[in-house]
Write a protein that binds this ligand. Structure first.
Ligand SMILES: Nc1ncnc2c1ncn2[C@@H]1O[C@H](COP(=O)(O)OP(=O)(O)OP(=O)(O)O)[C@@H](O)[C@H]1O
Length: 914
């Protein structure tokens, strides 16, 4: 405590002495300036307060000074008398009070007029002078000085610097402080050691002591003397005094230069010299002084520590920089790696999509080779949000998972696999894109059938025709397909001349109706010729329209759409109440005379529906029943085909009869299974999907190309003429040969008198077929010892509707329709040779062969019994076997024929178009 009090007392002493120094300095300035203005004052350069006041007491000096600066400020100065030889001395006799009062009063007035600080005139009257009495007078004089300086500056003579330098500053211009500055310069170059600092402190202190001794004020003479003699205690005391003075100066004069860290950081950056030089001499000194902080060694330590820290920081900075560099390069590497990986991934993703696409193509190719029906599934967008969506997953590979809304767990999931699944967002173009290759194959001579199946309102008509009032972009497959066919026809017109014809019919309440007829008088009930008519049409009575452009097609489709039976049900306000079939016939002729005949069926089935749901009654109910029945028959056919049954119940409905060549023939068939995603349709959705999945397992046999080269056609003609020659030469064999005639009306059993080996072509028909000979002359039973030449047993093909037109040509054309034209040609040549030999052969041999054939005709053909039916719907089909269909009824006319039944020839075809 005592220590604190002592230190406070010391501080007070220091403060008082500092104030005294400051006052002395200011007096010095004032005296100095007055002397420069009015000449020597006759007092010491650093006068005491008393000396200073007494010198100015009469006011003469002040008045002269102000008149010098501002002439006429005090117009009348009361002078003292003096001897002319004497120079003006200011410490002369005191004047009467009123006189000097007058001078001082006039001076103060003038000062006031200049707006400078004033003092009280009474200060000159006091006999007892107290410390600080002269302070205001000094302020006033220095104010005058400053005013004068400003004035001079205004006159433009050099720059003015307001200078309130402390005594230390003043002396720094002279003696010892120059040394200090030099030292400080050195100090700046290299950090001072402890000894250097000590020396510097001593130097400063001594310089100050000298300075104070000169001033002779407020300093104990003993103290100064003892300092001069090197007394350390005295030095310490003075050091303290100076350091606190410096500190005060620093805070007062250089607030901006104060932070050591700033100076140091500048020093660190190597610009300490410039920083110091940018300050005024005073401030640079102050900074230096601050750096040296006499008497406070902690500062040096702090500086040193800070330097050390700074060095550490520098090191840290450089290591951080290095680390940062490393990190940056690592980041670059990582980014490069990531870029590479992303590229790899995207390449892999692309590759994956490519592979998926290839897989699908290959799968489709395999399906084509196997001859399976291709099945696509299309999901309609959901129109209602109040029911759950049953579509759980749509795979790129054609897989589809549906979820039973009543069992939202694993058990409710059902997986189906198709060739492709189109989601609700699939556009018409996307759908067509996948169908296009199939449709294009029509132009190459393949028969193609595309049919849309599904529950009512699931989007069948949308897919096939497009929505009502569709723009060209929204058009369905029917339009897009025909458009594409025209494009192809145009692009190939140099090598192939195509003709395109269109028929459009509907099956409504089990009746086939022409949708394009303009004859309102006809009954418009068409008959299906499943074995195809002479002109290759299964509906020869339906009008057939040549089309040359898509506009023609559009017009026809509009007519057909208008004529189609459509009505509103609870499930679809534009519900199709019939199956519509648009058939496009393509007839091409190449430059060599070869021909292509093919057809494309585009079928929009009526929707399967639950009568209770569709809320139909009366006529509508009847329609629905017919629709359901025909669809159920379609299901039966599909089931029988998928199970490879020998009996396929095509005749059970007009629909299956009309489509029989597409479902069980050698056409390329594509089925679109449509489903609604709404939860309340789940039952129908699953049954559609099951149906479609079953359909996808149906093997049709490889599609057959309906193309005949010129050579084949020539050979056919030759056969015809040779046959005629044979008949003329051998009238006895004529009846048998006649049985080979194209339009033979004979019953089939007799037609079979000629030995034709009807080995089943399709693997799904394991039953033996009746044998029919192409020609009887050189035919020997297989086990006969006879070495006579045998005719190769021929295979009876299933008959595409546009192809099979002439009955006795079946045998030959079945040879001709080999997989390639070469095979056909070689078979035909063989047949020609055989026939040639027949013509030139011996009568006896002919007779013998004829007998053989006659014997063989006595054996009735083995008829396959229909195997047990399995129906999708559980409804038993009518018990009608092939045998029954052959008995007494012309199977071609009433449609009661099986695909494997040898077709008969109809002469009743009315429409001839080819
Ligand atoms: N993929 C689809 N995108 C947009 N709308 C569709 C789609 N499929 C169907 N629709 C719309 O759903 C409604 C019913 O479709 P559509 O008439 O084609 O069904 P449908 O199966 O032919 O029915 P029905 O068997 O009763 O004739 C129509 O308004 C149709 O425009």
């Amino acid at each position: 405590m005592e220590l604190v009090i002592a230190s406070r007392a010391g501080d007070d002493r220091n403060l008082a002495s500092r104030k005294a120094q400051e006052a002395a300095l200011r007096r010095f300035h004032a005296t100095e300036w007055l002397e420069t203005i009015v000449g020597p004052l006759g007092i010491p350069k650093q006068p005491t307060e008393k000396q200073f006041i007494e010198c100015l007491r009469n006011g003469l000096i002040l008045c002269h000074a102000i008149n010098e600066i501002e002439p006429g400020s005090v117009p009348k100065v009361v002078e003292i008398s003096r001897f002319p030889s004497q120079s003006l001395t200011w410490d002369s006799q005191p004047l009467p009070a009123y006189q000097f009062f007058e001078n001082v009063r006039n001076f103060l007035k003038a000062v006031e007029g200049l707006r400078l600080p004033v003092f009280e005139a009474s200060v000159f009257e006091r006999d007892n002078m107290v410390a600080g009495s002269s302070a205001k007078i000094v302020d006033c004089v220095l104010g005058l000085k400053e005013y004068n300086d400003r004035k001079q500056k205004k006159k433009g003579n050099g720059s003015f610097k307001h200078d309130f330098r402390s005594p230390l500053m003043m002396h720094s211009n002279g003696r010892n402080f120059n040394k200090q500055l030099d030292l400080s310069a050195n100090f700046e170059k290299q950090p001072p050691s402890q000894n250097d600092a000590q020396k510097l402190e001593d130097l400063i202190v001594k310089a100050l002591a000298e300075c104070m001794t000169d001033a002779k004020e407020n300093l104990d003479g003993n103290l100064l003397a003892s300092i001069r003699n090197g007394n350390t205690d005295s030095v310490k005391l003075l050091t303290k005094m100076i350091s606190s003075t410096l500190e005060e100066q620093l805070q007062y004069k250089l607030p901006m230069c104060n932070p050591i860290s700033k100076d140091l950081s500048t020093e660190e950056s190597g610009s300490v010299t410039s920083s110091a030089s940018s300050l005024s001499p005073h401030s640079s000194l102050t900074v230096n002084a601050k750096r040296c902080r006499v008497g406070d060694c902690n500062h040096l330590q702090v500086v040193q520590v800070q330097e050390k820290n700074l060095l550490n920081l520098k090191e840290l900075l450089s290591s951080t920089k290095a680390e940062f560099g490393d990190l940056q390069s690592q980041l670059q590497n990582d980014l490069k790696q990531m870029e590479g990986q992303i590229e790899e991934l995207s390449a892999a993703a692309q590759g994956y999509h490519k592979v998926v696409q290839e897989n699908r193509n290959l799968y489709n190719m395999v399906q084509d080779l196997k001859g399976n029906i291709r099945v696509y599934c299309r999901i309609r967008p959901a129109f209602r949000s109040d029911t759950k969506n049953v579509i759980d997953y749509i795979g790129e590979d054609g897989s589809l998972v549906v979820l039973d809304p009543s069992k939202p767990n694993k058990d409710g999931k059902k997986l189906f696999q198709f060739n492709r699944v189109f989601g609700p967002t699939a556009t018409q173009e996307e759908v067509f894109g996948d169908t296009q290759p199939l449709i294009r194959s029509v132009m190459d001579g393949y028969n193609v059938c595309i049919f849309a199946y599904g529950q009512t309102g699931s989007g069948k008509t949308h897919t096939m025709c497009g929505p009502v009032g569709a723009s060209r972009k929204e058009m369905g497959i029917n339009y897009l397909a025909l458009n594409d066919l025209f494009d192809l026809s145009n692009s190939r017109k140099d090598v192939l001349k195509y003709e395109i014809f269109v028929q459009m019919v509907e099956i409504y309440n089990e009746q086939v109706r022409d949708l394009l007829t303009t004859d309102s008088t006809s009954s418009n009930k068409l008959e299906i010729r499943s074995c195809t008519s002479e002109n290759g049409l299964s509906l020869p009575d339906a009008t057939i329209h040549p089309v040359k452009s898509t506009t023609d097609v559009l017009n026809l489709m509009k007519t057909g759409q208008v004529n189609r039976a459509v009505s509103s049900t609870a499930l679809n306000n534009q519900s199709s109440r019939s199956h519509s079939i648009l058939t496009v016939h393509v007839h091409g002729k190449d430059v060599n005379g070869g021909t292509i005949r093919s057809c494309l069926h585009l079928v929009d089935l009526a929707g399967s529906e639950r009568v209770d749901k569709s809320e139909v009654t009366g006529e509508g109910l009847k329609e629905a029943q017919h629709i359901n029945k025909s669809l159920s028959c379609l299901g039966d056919v599909i089931t029988a085909l998928s199970q490879k049954n020998s009996y396929i119940p095509y005749r059970n409905s007009k629909l299956t009869l009309l489509l029989q060549n597409s479902l069980g023939g050698n056409a390329k068939t594509l089925m679109f299974a449509h489903v609604s995603p709404e939860g309340d349709s789940f039952g129908e959705t699953v049954s559609t999907l099951k149906f479609a999945q079953r359909a996808s397992t149906v093997e049709l046999g490889a599609a057959r190309l309906n193309k005949e080269s010129r050579e084949v056609m020539d050979l056919k003609e030759q056969i015809e003429s040779l046959k005629k020659q044979l008949a003329e030469k051998d009238p006895q064999s004529a009846p048998q040969v006649n049985k080979l005639e194209p339009r033979s009306p004979l019953p089939r059993a007799k037609a079979a008198a000629v030995t034709i080996d009807r080995t089943p072509k399709s693997p799904r028909s394991p039953l033996p077929r009746p044998k029919v000979a192409v020609a009887t002359m050189d035919r020997t039973p297989p086990n006969s010892a006879s070495k006579s030449r045998q005719v190769k047993p021929l295979v009876l093909p299933k008959t595409p509707e546009s192809q099979v037109s002439i009955r006795n040509e079946i045998i030959i054309s079945s040879e001709i329709r080999g997989s390639t034209a070469n095979v056909k040609s070689s078979h035909i040549r063989k047949s020609l040779r055989t026939i040639g030999k027949l013509i030139n052969g011996s009568e006896k041999r002919i007779q013998m062969k004829t007998n053989e054939v006659q014997t063989s005709t006595l054996t009735p053909p083995v008829i396959a019994r229909p195997s047990r039916r399995q129906s999708l719907t559980g409804v038993q089909p009518p018990e009608r076997s092939r045998r029954s269909s052959l008995e007494g009824v012309n199977p071609c006319v009433d449609g009661n024929t099986d695909v494997r039944t040898p077709p008969t020839v109809s002469r009743s075809s009315k429409t001839k178009w080819m």
